[in-house]
Design a protein around this ligand. Structure first.
Ligand code: ADP
Ligand code: MG
Length: 672
């Protein structure tokens, strides 16, 4: 009697449900057999011959059918690439990294040789690389330097259904490159668009009526449950549902929960672990978070095999909808929510906001339960709530700040962005708002006596950085403020994943350690303090550990800094340092981020300077307990409130000095 026997009782069952618990590990034969067992394998010849025949093709197939990992290999093996590079774009860096690693494994090579990946600030390719997995943003940047994408013979635009801004712009750029090559008699550029959802007529139409190849999926029946009543707290509902399943299902039946973002997921993971600790007579839980900002080595854990007698619970964002396949999932719990970028044309800012998912997303999430055996999907919303969801997700290009994209298009030589061949045109107001923002930042200017906008030398320099135009502007300004070295450190830290480690059972120690880096000037100076301290100990790992600093992310920040510095060198910038005078740093930040300023009102609320929107200081900020009169922020998030997450104290005069005409105009328009 007692737990050991119970455990034994549960043990035999899990092998039936989790094919991942085999004794052998990724031997080459095993991988080859797995490749052959994929639904796509039987269609291999058909796919290759169709792709050979046409300049463009659309491929549709269920998530997990083998599109991303297999099609590039098939084309390579059949020589369709004609010895040039095949690029496979992914909207997410995690997907680009994990999929390329999988393909390298299947090809029995080390990553970076035949198979490589290229994501922002990380290029793991070499002269021999033929399969290059890359983020859509990286290919877009390459196209600025080489508009016909000469190095590539095939470009696979993967996860096209996600319709990220960069994918949408790439559609136009790649289509133009194909046409240009044809006109000038260069080697043909093949375009393959891959999607997990069926609404493809649009893609086919856009790519000159390209043929559509439908892959047969392998989907087991999935039982879908809706709640009887609408749920006011999806987080709470997801935990209740999880433990209901956990009490009854055998070990090895893994569970995937869709929530919305990093903080929510981390807190859910902690709660699940805490609650599970006291449960008896149930399998042990392996609880894993999965979201884009998670360091890649932690993300990889979700692919690991669940130990016998255990149950894996993955708490994920929409990242697990289509771009990443996790084994063993039998139950899906869907909050029906998603965190999305929403553009506020009024403030000109993108806001991360939790919104209702689309039907297309909900259906994809459901599908994750039936990959290997029949499964169950618990939807934490009612049937009628489901019916009211929008059919498809609105493409990002129709709901985000376009400044970065418009700057890139201008740098590509596409001066009339309003007439660019977009698959779905963004609203002219959004394009105009982006153009205006770039004019205010000095990246574009109106030509004398005309409305035509031209890239300025400053704009050209800004486009060279893989950053939001406001960050590029700050870097370019920094040389005038004599603090380029410091600004590079701060922006590198902002571009890397969070370096502050928070250990749930050592909250107090974490806070105390982090306290010594804090600055009354704000979070940006705190990041600088951490960077400086890290440098002073030469990146010592035990120093990181003792101070609750994530050493991998710190190392990445250092790498990012190096790359940003190289771009500055190419721009012949002078490297200046302000030493202890951190005020100049804040002045410089104010000069680049004057559009992101907020001031304290008489009532004690923060209001943005230009649109008088109410915002609050995020609890994670060093300034959370303070009430500075005026701040600039580099990140805005919306949960229960609209929060400024990374901010610095500034003097309002600096803002007016940096952009007098901007504030004057805003003031008059506010009065009228
Ligand atoms: P698709 O692109 O059609 O969604 P993929 O090519 O990504 O499909 O995946 C095909 C199969 O390859 C998956 O079902 C899974 O079995 C396997 N696979 C993909 N990535 C990994 C990985 N990182 N680890 C283990 N197996 C993987
Ligand atoms: Mg895929």
């Amino acid at each position: 009697f007692g737990p050991p026997e119970k455990k034994q009782k549960l043990n035999p069952i899990q092998f039936n449900f989790n094919s991942q618990n085999g004794p052998k590990k990724n031997s080459f034969e095993e991988l080859r057999d797995a490749r052959r067992a994929l639904p796509i394998f039987s269609a291999k010849h058909k796919i290759v011959s169709e792709i050979k025949k046409f300049p463009s093709a659309i491929v549709i197939g269920e998530t997990g059918s083998g599109k991303t990992t297999q099609i590039p290999q098939y084309l390579l093996e059949a020589g369709v690439h004609q010895n040039a590079i095949i690029a496979i774009t992914q909207p997410r860096r995690v997907a680009a990294i994990s999929v390329s690693q999988r393909v390298a494994l299947e090809k029995n090579t080390t990553i970076g040789s035949l198979v490589g990946y290229c994501v922002r600030f990380e290029d793991v390719t070499s002269a021999g690389t033929k399969l290059k997995f890359m983020t859509d943003g990286m290919l877009l940047r390459e196209s600025i330097l080489d508009p016909t994408l000469t190095r590539y013979s095939i470009i696979i635009l993967d996860e096209a259904h996600e319709r990220t801004i960069n994918t949408d712009v790439l559609f136009g750029v790649v289509k133009a490159a194909q046409r240009r090559r044809l006109k000038t008699g260069q080697k043909l550029l093949k375009i393959i668009v891959m999607s997990a959802t069926m609404d493809v007529d649009h893609f086919s139409e856009y790519f000159n009526k390209a043929p559509v190849l439908y892959l047969e999926g392998r989907q087991y029946p999935i039982q879908v449950m809706h709640t009887k009543e609408p749920q006011s707290d999806y987080l709470f509902a997801s935990l209740i549902t999880l433990f209901q399943i956990h009490k009854e299902a055998p070990a090895g039946d893994d569970i995937l929960i869709f929530l919305t973002g990093q903080e929510e997921i981390e807190s859910a993971v902690k709660t699940i672990k805490d609650l599970a600790r006291d449960l008896k007579d149930v399998p042990q839980l392996v609880v894993l978070p999965l979201y884009a900002a998670l360091p890649s080595q932690t993300q990889i854990k979700v692919f690991a095999k669940t130990p016998p007698g255990h149950r894996k619970v993955v708490v994920a964002t929409n990242i697990a909808e289509t771009s990443i396949t996790i084994h063993g999932i039998k139950y899906v719990i869907d909050s029906g929510m998603v965190k999305a970028k929403v553009y506020n044309p009024h403030s000109g800012l993108d806001l991360l906001k939790v919104v209702t998912a689309s039907k297309a997303q909900v259906l994809q999430r459901t599908g994750r339960a039936g990959r290997e055996a029949p499964g169950v999907c618990y939807r934490l919303f009612t049937e009628s709530e489901f019916q009211n969801m929008s059919t498809n997700t609105v493409p990002e290009i129709q709901r985000c700040n376009l400044a970065s994209v418009v700057l890139q298009l201008m740098a590509l030589g596409i001066s009339d962005v309003l007439t660019f061949d977009f698959m779905d045109k963004p609203a002219p107001e959004s394009i105009n708002a982006a153009l205006e923002e770039l004019v205010i930042l000095g990246a574009l200017e109106r030509q004398v006596n005309s409305d035509i906008l031209k890239l300025t030398p400053l704009g050209k320099q800004m486009a060279a950085f893989p950053l939001d135009p406001r960050f590029s502007k700050v870097i370019l300004l920094a040389k005038d403020y004599d603090c380029l070295e410091e600004i590079l450190s701060i922006i590198a830290m902002l571009s890397a994943e969070s370096v502050l480690v928070s250990v749930s059972n050592k909250r107090k120690e974490c806070l105390e350690s982090h306290q010594k880096f804090m600055s009354s000037e704000g979070d940006h100076i705190m990041l600088l303090n951490i960077y400086r301290a890290y440098k002073s100990v030469n990146g010592n790992k035990s120093w990181c550990f003792d101070n609750f600093i994530n050493s991998t992310n710190m190392h990445n920040a250092q790498e990012i800094r190096k790359q940003l510095r190289e771009i500055c060198e190419r721009n012949n910038m002078t490297f200046t340092s302000c030493g202890r005078d951190t005020t100049t740093i804040r002045k410089c930040l104010a000069a680049g981020f004057f559009m992101n300023a907020a001031e304290l009102s008489k009532e004690g609320d923060f209001l943005t300077m230009t649109t008088r929107t109410k915002v609050s200081i995020h609890p994670s900020s060093a300034l959370f307990q303070c009430k500075p009169a005026c701040v600039v922020f580099t990140e805005l998030v919306k949960t229960t409130k609209c929060y400024m997450r990374t901010l610095s104290v500034v003097d309002p005069d600096w803002l007016y000095e940096a952009a007098p005409s901007y504030f004057k105009r805003k003031k008059t328009s506010a009065i009228s």
